[in-house]
Each structure stands twice: as C-alpha cells, then as structure tokens.
Design a protein around this ligand. Structure first.
Ligand SMILES: Cc1cc2nc3c(=O)[nH]c(=O)nc-3n(C[C@H](O)[C@H](O)[C@H](O)COP(=O)(O)OP(=O)(O)OC[C@H]3O[C@@H](n4cnc5c(N)ncnc54)[C@H](O)[C@@H]3O)c2cc1C
Length: 423
C-alpha cells in the first residue's frame, strides 16, 4: 500500500488551518491537504472531542473529509494509512472505526439493493400522494428551518447553506424529524441527499433507518435537550417540545434478506475504454490487471431517484474536472465527457467503445448504478461488456458487512494487516 506521507510532509510546515465547513474546493489536493491538517488530531484528541458540534466555523475536532472520501477523491485506505502511520492503530482506533462505518454501510447495502429501491419508491410516493396536503407543507416548514425549534431550524439552514452537518447534529436532526415532528424518515433522508456534499446512498439511507429502529431492530435514537446543550457547548441551551420517547418503527422485514456480494473478477487483458463516474474520482490509483487504458469517458448525469442542490452539482462537476486533469496526466490518451441524461447517451457510448470492452470502478448501490443500469443493458445488447474494478479495501471488508457493525469492527486489525496498512 503506497503511503502518501510525502504529500503530508509537504504541508507539515504550515500551521493547521481553522477547519471551517463553509468552503469546499472539490479537488484531490484539497482532500489531501485536509487530511494532512487533521492527522495530528486523529488520535486521542478525536476520540475525546469528536462528538462536539462547535458550529460551522469551527470544525477542528473532526476531519471534514467526508465529501472527499465519498467521491473517492481520496480513499479510505489512504486516510487509514496516514492516520495509522501517525498514531498507530490502537491510539487512532476510534477514528478508523468511523471510517469503517462508511465501509460497513456500503457493504451492507450492497447485499440488500432492494432497500435503496424501496426508499426511492417511498420518496416518490410520499411526494406525489401528499403534494397538496398538510404533510408536505410540514416538510417544507421543516426544510426551511421554520419549526420554531431553534437548534433544528439552525441545522436545516446550515445544511442548505454549507452542504455539511456534524455527525451529532445529523443524529439530533433526524431524531427530531422522526419522533418530535413525526415526519416520514424517507423525506428527511431525501432532504439530506439533496443538500449534503457527502450525500451517500448507503451512509445516509441506512443511518436514517438506524435512527428509527429499522436497522438494529427496535434500537432508536432520542434527541435530548441536555445532550444537545452539552455537545453544542451551550449554543442551544434549552430545547423545548422534544419528544419524550422514541418508539421504533416497524417495516419491510422481507426486504432484508441479504444476497451475498458477487466476488471480484479478473479484468480482460488488452485494450479497454475506462469509464469514470462520480462514485470513484480517482482513476489514476485503480489497478487494471493486464488491461491497457486506450481512452477514457467521464460520465455525468447519472442520477436516478435523487435531485441534487446546485451546490452539490457544482461540487460533483468540479471534482470530475479535477479527476479528468489527474487522469490525463496518468493515461496519455483521449478523454471524452458524456452527459448520461442525454437520451442518445447509450448509443454514443457504443460509438466511443470502438469495439473495445469497458472497465469502470465498481458503482455501488444507489442513484448512479440505478441510472447506469439501463445503459448497461444497451451496451450488453451490442455485445459490449463492462468490467467493474473493485478496490482492495471494499473487497477485503465487504464480506464482513452483512450483519451488525460489530462483526466488521472485530475484523479491522486483521483486514488492515492484510491490506498492508499497519502501524
Ligand atoms: C442521519 C445521518 C445521515 C448521514 N448521512 C451521511 C451521508 O449521506 N454521507 C456520509 O458520508 N455520511 C453520512 N453520515 C455519517 C456522518 O455523519 C458523516 O460521515 C460525518 O459527519 C462526516 O464528517 P467528517 O468527515 O468530519 O467525519 P469524521 O468524524 O472526521 O469521520 C471521518 C470519516 O469517517 C466516516 N464516518 C464518520 N462517521 C460516520 C458514520 N456515522 N457513518 C458513516 N461514515 C462515517 C466519514 O467518511 C468521515 O469522513 C450520516 C449520519 C447520520 C446520523
């Protein structure tokens, strides 16, 4: 596993920046810079301070790396390697476990794709069925930050204005949405997906389900005034009107039967066309076995079942441009951009293949895969195969993600060792 210590060293001489969650340049360099700024605080400082939400202007106690990791501008493996090199696994255990929560959610959803499909259907149904009535009016009030619950209203506005919320704020917000305002969790998850720069189908949908007792059956999360006051350092000293208890929702048991994740396959040898999606904007660190990349197609517009806010769309576009520039330095071949929302996109892709097979970093369950699948059918019908590249990190962890997080957590040391990431 290649270390990125040299990049970290380059920045080590500068004082750490006050990490604010209001400015998000969408480049790999920025992700590496943030990692470098944060790495010294990823050990005991993180374990002690991570639950505090000091407000958008002060995010020194968390890494604010999620938009970068979510789009794989930087990878989980790079982050883990850097942090473990600085602290060792034992002192950075808490941080590494948090990184692995993302992996766990992704692996868990991968084996239960029906959960995503059902969520998308529920959102459409709720919005259509209730377009004119009271429920959608209440949702609009909540999303505008006009409920009269000061902390909740502040987080609703912060999310829209910055594209980010602290983890604890996400928990309090979701709890108040579900148990105090009694709104459907799916519409809260949709509000998050629209505005979060790190909006992720697995982490988001499954965290919302976890909040209402649908993940660990019966286990819910209740936001309490004293907890909010303590962990916002008194920014919200007293919150009235909060639900006194959080009764678990019950639903959809049939959907949860896990399908084993398909094993990783070897890539074909010879010339291939590389497809790059927003799910993995780090094409230069993919491994291609004996395949040779002859051209690259940057895909945009793969968005089924979500509507992104302009800020999120801008982040994704800028990140794609950055990936293209890095890829161009690596591959020395022709690059094309393809907007997949164009109805002729699949035919255009057939032309761009020029008879060669495609390779593509694996597209996990979610809006990108759902939008790509119909194109895949067209390509397959033309005899064109798409070979998916799964990263070592996912391949090593996902087999441990089919049940509870604690199963995966117990495997972290051995899996990291197998990946060559150890302190
Ligand atoms: C209701 C709800 C919805 C959420 N939706 C998303 C989402 O759409 N996308 C998303 O990336 N995260 C989501 N999270 C998880 C978590 O809140 C964010 O990953 C975290 O706040 C990002 O900030 P950070 O990078 O400063 O995290 P840090 O605390 O610095 O953690 C480091 C990294 O670990 C990962 N991580 C940390 N906590 C979690 C977690 N609970 N679940 C999964 N990964 C985690 C992230 O990659 C993060 O960048 C959600 C949590 C809740 C409760």
């Amino acid at each position: 596993m290649q270390s990125h210590n040299h990049l970290a060293m380059q920045y080590k001489t500068d004082p750490p920046r006050l990490q604010a969650a209001t400015d998000w340049p969408a480049t790999r360099e920025e992700g590496l810079q943030r990692l470098s700024d944060f790495v010294d605080r990823a050990g005991s400082h993180y374990a002690a301070e991570r639950n505090y939400d000091f407000g958008p202007e002060q995010r020194t106690n968390v890494s604010v790396l999620s938009p970068y990791i979510r789009h794989r501008l930087i990878s989980e493996a790079e982050v883990a390697a850097e942090v473990i090199a600085a602290h060792g696994l034992s002192a950075s255990e808490k941080f590494i476990q948090e990184v692995c929560w993302r992996t766990y959610w992704k692996g868990w959803l991968e084996s239960r794709p029906a959960i995503w499909d059902r969520y998308v259907q529920d959102v459409v149904h709720l919005k259509n069925a209730d377009a004119q009535n009271d429920l959608m009016q209440q949702v609009r009030v909540a999303c505008a930050g006009e409920t009269g619950i000061a902390c909740f209203d502040a987080w609703a506005r912060e999310l829209v204005e910055t594209g980010y919320l602290h983890n604890h704020a996400r928990m309090w917000f979701a709890s108040i949405w579900i148990f105090t305002l009694k709104l459907p969790w799916q519409l809260g998850a949709d509000f998050f997906m629209t505005h979060l720069l790190d909006g992720d189908p697995a982490s988001n949908t499954l965290s919302w389900r976890w909040m209402c007792g649908l993940h660990t059956r019966g286990k819910t999360y209740l936001a309490r005034s004293s907890n909010i006051s303590e962990f916002t350092r008194g920014r919200f000293p007293q919150t009235e009107r909060l639900a006194p208890f959080a009764e678990a929702l019950t639903d959809d048991g049939q959907l949860e039967n896990a399908q084993p994740v398909k094993p990783r396959k070897k890539l074909p040898s010879g010339d291939v066309v590389l497809l790059v999606t927003d799910e993995d904007l780090n094409p230069e660190t993919l491994t291609f076995d004996d395949a040779r990349v002859r051209s690259v197609v940057m895909l945009s517009g793969l968005e089924h079942g979500v509507t992104y806010a302009p800020r999120v769309t801008r982040f994704k576009s800028a990140a794609r441009l950055d990936a293209r520039a890095r890829g161009a330095r690596q591959f020395w071949c022709t690059f094309e951009n393809l907007d997949c929302s164009d109805r002729h996109a699949a035919e255009r892709l057939v032309q761009l293949a020029n008879g060669l097979p495609f390779v593509c970093a694996e597209i996990p369950v979610g809006p990108t895969r759902a939008a790509f699948e119909p194109m895949l059918d067209v390509l397959n019908a033309q005899g064109l195969a798409v070979h998916f590249v799964r990263r070592d990190w996912d391949d090593a962890f996902w087999p441990h993600a089919s049940n509870g997080f604690f199963q995966l957590k117990s495997k972290i040391p051995s899996v990291l060792q197998r990946l060559g990431i150890s302190g």
